[in-house]
Design a protein around this ligand. Structure first.
Ligand code: SF4
Ligand code: SF4
Length: 93
């Protein structure tokens, strides 16, 4: 189980979720990973192997982009794999 960031984040990327995550599992962020990595990503993603499902990020998102998998609307199911795929290919600096 994990939380998932959907493509509603694209074009917003305000990092409100990063600021409250207790385990730093939301990337890339400008503070944690550098401005270049942040700029290169179209949206942010949650590492499903690290997320502890605390839910703290959900109410912080201004566009309601974050869902727990069990409550993810059908139209965003593709984003489960998008979040996983990001961490298969991305390494923190
Ligand atoms: S649910 Fe908690 S641990 Fe998971 S990404 Fe959100 S703030 Fe981080
Ligand atoms: S708070 Fe929402 S819009 Fe902002 S970076 Fe996180 S997921 Fe994206």
């Amino acid at each position: 189980m994990a939380h998932v960031i959907t493509d509603r984040c694209v074009g917003v990327k305000d990092q409100s979720c990063v600021a409250v995550c207790p385990v730093d599992c939301i990337h890339p962020s400008s503070d944690l990973d550098g401005q270049d990595a942040f700029d290169a990503a179209s949206q942010l993603y949650i590492d499903p192997e690290v997320c502890i499902d605390c839910g703290a990020c959900v109410p912080e998102c201004p566009v309601e982009a974050i869902f727990i998998i069990e409550e993810l609307p059908e139209e965003y199911h593709k984003d489960i794999e998008a979040n996983r795929q990001f961490y298969r290919t991305w390494t923190s600096k």
